[in-house]
Design a protein around this ligand. Structure first.
Ligand SMILES: [Zn+2]
Length: 286
């Protein structure tokens, strides 16, 4: 799932490549992907792309006249920039992975795609990003928050730190992969309870968040969209590395189920050498 660094890089690529171009037309292949009907998709035709930005994990493509295409890529969504499209024929609804296509006046443009059968990609054509419900509820940006704001937000929501850090209403931008990396860098157990964290632990968590996200943003900057996924994977120390050695201490990275997914961590770096109990498994055994 694209998180803050990948969405930031996609926005950066659009700023570089699409700004100044006019929209020829926007085509919708997956009707359910576009969550708004007013303004109509035809409202972007003839407008110039004037910017691209990010709100948490939402991508924001800005057109002149104050129109925004706000996109949440969900788990399997992605943006592919095309220098040219194979055909000028309109997209056929319900065929293939392309959910939405924006054609620009130089023949280039971008596709929003979604792999798999679960269709969760969501696009909104709005006059103000705050009109998107998920954007209106976002907490402060995880990379921009200062220590005081960061600490207040994390301590203010009681729960396991893994869940609180990925709650977009607490802080925005961090998802499953980077939260594993941040907790590893901060040497914190993913199951630590937020309102029991010491000032030192919160300072370490804040520093780790800035370092992990900042490094990922720096690594992704200037990468083409197609190369971003490989770039993300190459920078990971514990996430999706179950059974491999921790690059910091050499211990074996372990996995435990969490919410509807799983998380990876290093026992030596994060939990005093003790493996975390898999709560779902222990419930079955009991
Ligand atoms: Zn380790």
């Amino acid at each position: 799932m694209p998180e803050l660094p990948e969405v930031e890089a996609l926005a950066g690529y659009l700023r570089q490549r699409a700004v100044g171009r006019r929209v020829d037309r926007m085509e919708i292949a997956t009707i359910s992907a576009l969550k708004t009907y007013d303004p109509a998709p035809t409202a972007v035709s003839g407008r110039a792309v004037v910017g691209a930005g990010r709100h948490g994990k939402f991508l924001d493509v800005i057109f002149d006249g104050g129109l925004h295409l706000v996109v949440h890529l969900a788990r399997a969504g992605w943006l592919h920039y095309r220098e040219a499209f194979p055909s000028t024929a309109p997209l056929r609804p319900g065929k293939g992975p392309v959910a939405l296509r924006v054609r620009l006046d130089d023949g280039s443009g971008f596709d929003l795609t979604e792999a798999g059968t679960q269709k969760k990609l969501a696009a909104y054509l709005v006059t103000d990003p705050a009109l998107v419900p998920g954007v209106a509820k976002l907490g402060p940006d995880a990379l921009a928050a200062d220590l005081a704001t960061f600490s207040d937000r994390i301590r203010g929501r009681r729960g396991q730190v893994k869940g609180v850090l990925t709650d977009q209403t607490v802080l925005s931008g961090v998802g499953n992969a980077y939260s594993d990396e941040i907790l590893h860098a901060a040497k914190l157990s993913p199951f630590a309870i937020t309102d029991r964290l010491s000032d030192d632990q919160l300072a370490a968590l804040h520093a780790a968040t800035r370092q992990v996200l900042g490094d990922a943003v720096a690594r992704s900057a200037g990468q083409r969209a197609a190369e971003l996924k490989a770039e993300k994977r190459s920078g990971l120390k514990v996430h999706a590395r179950k059974g491999l050695p921790c690059p910091v201490c050499g211990d074996t990275v372990r996995e435990v189920s969490f919410a509807d997914s799983s998380l990876q961590y290093c026992p030596t770096c994060q939990t005093g050498g003790k493996p975390l109990a898999d709560r779902r498994l222990s419930r079955l055994v009991r």
